[in-house]
Design a protein around this ligand. Structure first.
Ligand code: IDP
Length: 160
């Protein structure tokens, strides 16, 4: 799948980007969006949402047994987040490159031009999220942007 989706054909790929609560409260939204657009991503969908404990725990289910999980849920529910569908060729990998390493403190030294270096603080408060694989991107986009059943569902079915 990876080979097919990043074969240099110019075909666009989708990933989930998120500005976490510290990014929003620190007023980094406009700067982060500027970097996103200057880097050639299209923001095809966006939504501001306040996560509750249940949805934050579901989103980060893979970390539920980790020692930092309780703090992570507190952090992620401490204020609204901005979730975005980002589109570009090889978007999953390119967005991970742009945000930099998980530890924003280390990113300031090793990846000074990354978004986490620009607006994150440490290993937890790193201001942005990015899907780490194509599978995660698919799951995470569906998590936030589930298509609501609509009246034209029958029409869509007919097209299949
Ligand atoms: P990622 O966001 O770079 O993919 P993950 O390992 O998936 O990193 O961790 C998810 C989030 O959990 C991180 O972005 C960070 O906010 C938080 N986190 C990860 N590891 C730690 C830790 O060791 N202590 C505190 N928070 C952590």
């Amino acid at each position: 799948f990876r080979f097919c989706s990043s074969n240099g054909s110019g075909e666009k790929e989708r990933t989930l980007g998120m500005i976490k609560p510290d990014g929003i409260s620190g007023n980094y939204t406009d700067r982060i969006k500027q970097v996103i657009l200057e880097s050639g991503f299209e923001i095809s969908k966006e939504m501001v949402i306040q996560l509750d404990e249940e949805n934050a725990a579901e989103f980060y289910a893979e970390h539920s047994s980790r020692s930092f999980f309780t703090n992570l849920i507190r952090y992620m529910t401490s204020g609204p987040v901005l979730v975005m569908v980002l589109e570009k060729e090889d978007a999953v990998a390119r967005w991970r490159d742009l945000i930099g390493p998980t530890d924003a403190g280390k990113a300031k030294i090793s990846h000074p031009h990354s978004i986490r270096a620009m607006c994150g603080v440490d290993l937890e408060k790193n201001c942005v999220h990015g899907s780490d694989s194509h599978q995660s991107a698919k799951r995470e986009i569906a998590f936030f942007f589930k298509e609501a059943p609509s009246d034209d569902a029958v029409g869509k079915h007919d097209e299949l």
